[in-house]
Design a protein around this ligand. Structure first.
Ligand code: GDP
Ligand code: MG
Length: 163
């Protein structure tokens, strides 16, 4: 069975854009029983000859901010349980939010490799703005643009090393 990589983060940071960029083909959703499993998209990808399954979380989540927060926590907990590696996406345009800090806290306790992807770094000018994300306590981060693909190769190089 191929390794599982989960993409987590709060809404609108660019998880689905990254997912769509990275996947080669979609997979049917099996066991769509709970709301948590229904709110996920699956795809297959490979990099440097390593194949892995990719999960995009939070796909269909709607509702109040309170529901968002609970759903995101559930998605993160599920990802920690089931994934071999986690990509935590944050947004350089908005900077750190309370919800990012909450997710980071859950991920710091996970005994799984976590890759912090600072998204929407579309130009070099944005690069310096990413430094604030060190304060999430997850160590090194990868600056990426899911829209134009920059930085995603470096992220994947590091990621597949751990699979
Ligand atoms: P999700 O809710 O985390 O899945 O986020 P989406 O993938 O749906 O993206 C939310 C918004 O951010 C959309 O308008 C995207 O076009 C935009 N977006 C995603 N990635 C990038 C990026 O790398 N750069 C910029 N400028 N916008 C992005
Ligand atoms: Mg999405």
């Amino acid at each position: 069975m191929s390794a599982i990589v989960a993409i987590v983060g709060r809404p609108n940071v660019g998880k689905s854009t990254l997912f769509n960029r990275l996947i080669k083909r979609r997979e049917a959703i099996v066991d769509a029983v709970s709301g948590v499993t229904r709110d996920r998209h699956y795809g297959k990808s490979d990099w440097n000859g390593k194949e892995f399954s990719l999960i995009d979380t939070g796909g269909y989540v709607t509702g109040s901010d309170d529901i968002f927060e609970q759903e995101i926590d559930k998605q993160v907990e599920l990802a920690i349980d089931e994934a071999d590696a986690i990509i935590f996406v944050v947004d350089v345009e908005s900077g750190i939010t309370g919800m990012d800090e909450e997710v980071a806290q859950l991920l710091r306790q996970a005994e799984k490799p976590v890759f912090l992807a600072v998204n929407k770094v579309d130009t070099a000018l944005r690069q310096a703005d990413a430094v604030e994300f060190y304060s999430l306590g997850l160590g090194e981060y990868y600056t990426i643009s899911s829209i134009n693909g920059s930085g995603t190769g470096e992220l994947l190089d590091a990621l597949v090393e751990t699979l």
